[in-house]
Design a protein. Structure first.
Length: 155
């Protein structure tokens, strides 16, 4: 059997997502919150990404609950007043895990954002310049989706 045929035989089964995840783009006054990963022991070290985390079965009843929990863990106790589902898609992570991801735009919230986990540095950047900070295609895609939603809301 040729190498190409052998490779196709090995990958003939569809790879299913191993985990579910959420990412959240927090928007305020024309800016979005990104995180610069500063700890070498964490995934995405050295990159700027959109914050997110895992959907925890048994803890989260739905993806919106997971977003609220993850925001509380990563940004402190803020009250989300506006949340929009941008998209749901498959993503292969930097550690080669296949995630079923739900991406949300947070359009309104009460409270002050803090950094309780300190696994990264929070940075606020202008929405129009955010793509320039992001290296990964899924993050750039979410910025595009968020811009479209915000443009429709501001009409």
């Amino acid at each position: 059997m040729c190498n190409y045929c052998a490779m196709n035989a090995e990958i003939s089964e569809k790879r299913l997502p191993e985990k579910e995840g959420v990412i959240f783009l927090i928007y305020k006054n024309g800016k979005v919150l990104l995180e610069k990963r500063t700890r070498p022991d964490k995934a995405y070290f050295g990159y700027i990404i959109i914050p997110g985390g895992k959907f925890e079965k048994g803890i989260d009843s739905n993806h919106e609950d997971a977003v609220r929990r993850e925001i509380s863990e990563e940004c402190g106790c803020i009250a989300i007043k506006g949340m929009v589902l941008l998209d749901n898609y498959l993503q292969t992570t930097i550690t080669n895990h296949l995630y079923d991801v739900s991406a949300y735009l947070i359009t309104d919230f009460d409270g002050e954002i803090t950094n309780p986990e300190e696994k990264s540095e929070h940075i606020w950047v202008d929405l129009e310049k955010a793509k320039n900070y992001l290296s990964f295609a899924d993050s750039r895609y979410i910025i595009t989706m968020a811009r479209e939603v915000l443009l429709r809301q501001n009409r």
